[in-house]
Design a protein around this ligand. Structure first.
Ligand SMILES: NC(=O)c1ccc[n+]([C@@H]2O[C@H](COP(=O)([O-])OP(=O)(O)OC[C@H]3O[C@@H](n4cnc5c(N)ncnc54)[C@H](O)[C@@H]3O)[C@@H](O)[C@H]2O)c1
Length: 263
């Protein structure tokens, strides 16, 4: 029996078989969790339905996290299938493409800032709040995905770095607020992985090869490696862990002067 047997997880953020959320869903399924999914728009519906079916789930609910109505509707729909749930996975990030190209001061705009923070950070608290009554009394766990650009300045990552810093603070405030209810909130800071979202970041290929050449493990990581840590963090095995950001990045973040690390 897997260590998530008897748990129900809502997965927000599957867009393709390369999505980090897909690696998380597979790992949670393998540990015995029952799964439900959301999809951002009609274009993604058939893909998410297929992925859901591959993990034994028929619960697929629309949700554009820019819409409060959609967010509340997710739990109204979910409640038709489940009376409660245990795990929220938030694997959503977005900034307008022009924000992720060129120099930060050249491209930053008020609108770009607002969109990046709204979709990539606020939506985690928004979803958590909307579904809270379904998690009451369940020793629930919530998990989001962040990136090292929150704590280091990286070329081209630009306003997403600010949004990820906000998301990590969100994790700490949510953990403080929900801890007394027995709900834990954590983040995984993943190393670069080639996904649809990553394709929007200019020079992403160079980031991958830089990590391959310098990370202590001399490689990048897979969505499944993130998924296995996510499954652990959302399980009772991690019952004493909340408010944390855990790196799954082949060790890259520990390096000083990474350009010299490749030898
Ligand atoms: N790929 C990487 O290198 C990497 C590294 C660290 C962290 N992350 C983070 O992991 C998370 C998942 O990204 P991914 O790399 O798996 O890419 P992905 O493109 O597979 O997933 C991004 C998801 O965000 C969803 N999304 C975007 N805007 C949305 C909206 N308005 N409403 C609902 N959903 C919306 C998309 O539908 C998609 O499912 C993101 O938060 C990303 O920043 C990615």
């Amino acid at each position: 029996m897997g260590f998530l047997a008897g748990k129900r997880a809502l997965i927000v953020g599957v867009a393709s078989p390369r999505s980090i959320a897909w690696g998380i869903a597979e790992a949670m399924r393998d540990q015995g969790a029952e799964l439900a999914y959301t999809y951002q728009n009609e274009k993604l519906l058939s893909r998410v339905e297929k992925i859901a079916a591959d993990t034994g789930s028929r619960i697929v609910i629309p949700c554009d996290v820019a819409s409060d109505e959609d967010i509340y509707n997710v739990f109204a729909e979910l409640n038709k299938h489940w009376d409660s749930y245990d795990i929220l996975v938030h694997s959503v990030g977005f900034a307008p493409r022009e924000q992720l190209e060129g120099d930060y001061m050249d491209v930053i705009t008020r609108e770009g800032f607002q969109i990046a923070h709204d979709i990539s950070s606020y939506s985690f608290a928004g979803l958590a709040k909307a579904g809270l009554s379904m998690m009451q009394g369940r020793d629930g766990a919530m998990l989001t995905l962040t990136y090292m650009g929150s704590v280091r300045a990286l070329k081209s990552y630009n306003v997403m770095g600010l949004a990820k810093a906000s998301l990590e603070a969100n994790v700490r405030y949510m953990a403080q607020s929900l801890g007394p209810k027995g709900i834990r909130v954590n983040a995984i800071s993943a190393g670069p992985i080639k996904t649809l979202a990553a394709a929007g970041i200019s020079d992403f290929r160079k980031m991958l090869s830089h990590v391959e050449g310098t990370a202590p493990m001399r490689r990048t990581i897979t969505p499944r490696e993130v998924g296995d840590v996510a499954a652990f963090l959302c399980s009772d095995l991690a019952s004493g862990v909340t408010g944390e950001t855990t790196f799954v990045d082949a060790g890259y973040n520990i390096l000083g002067m990474p350009e010299l690390a490749g030898g």
